[in-house]
Design a protein around this ligand. Structure first.
Ligand code: IMP
Ligand code: MG
Length: 182
């Protein structure tokens, strides 16, 4: 595989590594307070949420267990609207305090489907935490309990977010140059 230059494809940085760190520690403190005396089962939506989830879990001071789900995602920059479970949870969530962790909520289609599916498994509680939210693009209502940042309608990459599997390991969140996908 020939390497591509990640930085060359970034139009600008939206949230620096330092900003992300600070925001995630605030989110972790809020979650810690809300779940005092409880144990959390974080469910990460593969693959974009993995980096955020790792840092968020470490910022939370109550016990956290981790599980993952994979759902059919975007091809390129557009949502197909069709949601399919590619990988289900390994554990039963009945009577557990579930916190779904997402990288970004865009149309909301993925999360709406996922939350309904998880609720039918009778968890003790279920909440949603996302690092980024793109309200302008919403097609269906989704209630977000913990939101890192609202972002405008740009295609963003880094800190777990990809464009065709690239840029996930950028330590910041940036806007992808439109020339990359146009
Ligand atoms: P939704 O079903 O439209 O809300 O799509 C959510 C999923 O689309 C996220 O979990 C991301 O994987 C992907 N996605 C949406 N917008 C972006 C973006 O700007 N950059 C990278 N991935 C995105
Ligand atoms: Mg993605």
């Amino acid at each position: 595989m020939t390497a591509y230059n990640m930085i060359d494809d970034v139009e600008r940085v939206l949230f620096s590594e330092e900003q992300l760190k600070k925001r995630i520690s605030e989110m972790g403190a809020e979650i810690t307070k809300d779940y005092a005396g409880k144990e959390i089962l974080m469910i990460g939506v593969l693959r974009g949420a993995v980096l955020f989830m790792g840092d968020l879990a470490r910022a939370v001071k109550v016990p956290v267990a981790l599980d993952f789900m994979a759902v059919s995602s975007y091809v390129g920059t557009n949502s197909s609207g069709v949601v399919r479970i590619l990988k289900d949870l390994d554990e039963d969530i009945k009577d557990k305090h579930v916190l779904v962790v997402e990288d970004i909520i865009d149309s909301g289609l993925t999360l709406k489907y996922l939350l309904e599916n998880l609720k039918s498994r009778n968890p003790a509680s279920i909440k949603l935490c996302t690092l980024l939210n793109k309200p302008e693009r919403r097609k269906v209502d989704v209630h977000i309990d913990y939101n890192g940042y609202d972002v405008p309608d740009y295609f963003v990459i880094g800190y777990g977010l990809d464009y065709n599997e690239r840029y996930r390991n950028l330590p910041f969140i940036g806007v992808l140059k439109p020339t990359v996908y146009e």
